[in-house]
Design a protein around this ligand. Structure first.
Ligand SMILES: C[S@@+](CC[C@H](N)C(=O)[O-])C[C@H]1O[C@@H](n2cnc3c(N)ncnc32)[C@H](O)[C@@H]1O
Length: 177
């Protein structure tokens, strides 16, 4: 971890990670984006209309057959610059000493209640709009990661079964009021 933007903040809690991994992953490609610093990245996938490029490794390119028929894809990517030991986190722009509901009453929030990239397995997910396919390169809109972020999977997005329009994240609703 070379960038202090990825360090621990006051009020955050880290845990001891297991000595060994339980499984391995293959990076199937990399994501090219306009962002080289964390502060430049959109905070979520809907914040930018930038066209990003998915470069799939040649050996996995045959797996793209049919992808060109999809309007939207679910991308899973590996937040390679993240800490993996945080179990409680304090949002970037909130002082933990202020016990507001929005900051979790001053105690932060559990990693599994957050979309933060810092997590034991730093897997990020975004639904992207597919705007073009050129061999093993996909052009997509709807990403929020640093240039060079490793890609771990591509799946078709099924609006019929994936969308849950009335889903609620209670703490986020409180934050907005
Ligand atoms: C809040 S996460 C959301 C990721 C994904 N859309 C999700 O919901 O799982 C997006 C943030 O992760 C950070 N980030 C982007 N690329 C990263 C990388 N390669 N390693 C670690 N953090 C990264 C940036 O601060 C960016 O704003």
């Amino acid at each position: 971890m070379t960038d202090s933007a990825f360090g621990i903040r006051p009020g955050e809690v880290a845990t001891e990670l297991p000595e060994n991994f339980d499984a391995g992953v293959y990076f199937i490609g990399h994501i090219r984006t306009p962002w080289t610093r964390r502060e430049q990245c959109p905070k979520n996938a809907r914040e930018s209309e930038a066209v990003c490029t998915i470069e799939v490794e040649e050996r996995f390119a045959p797996g793209l057959v049919g992808v060109e028929t999809c309007s939207h894809l679910l991308l899973l990517y590996w937040m390679d610059k993240s800490r993996r030991d945080l179990v409680r986190q304090v949002p970037r722009n909130r002082a933990p000493t202020l016990p507001s509901p929005a900051s979790g009453g001053g105690k932060g929030r559990g990693t599994f209640a957050l979309r933060s990239p810092a997590r034991p397995n730093p897997i990020a997910a975004s639904v992207v709009r597919l705007v073009g396919v050129d061999g093993n390169r996909l052009s997509v809109v709807g990403l929020d990661c640093l240039d060079g972020t490793p890609l771990i999977d591509i799946k078709p997005y099924f609006a019929s079964t994936d969308a849950v329009p009335d889903a609620v994240v209670g703490w986020h609703q409180e934050q907005k009021t």
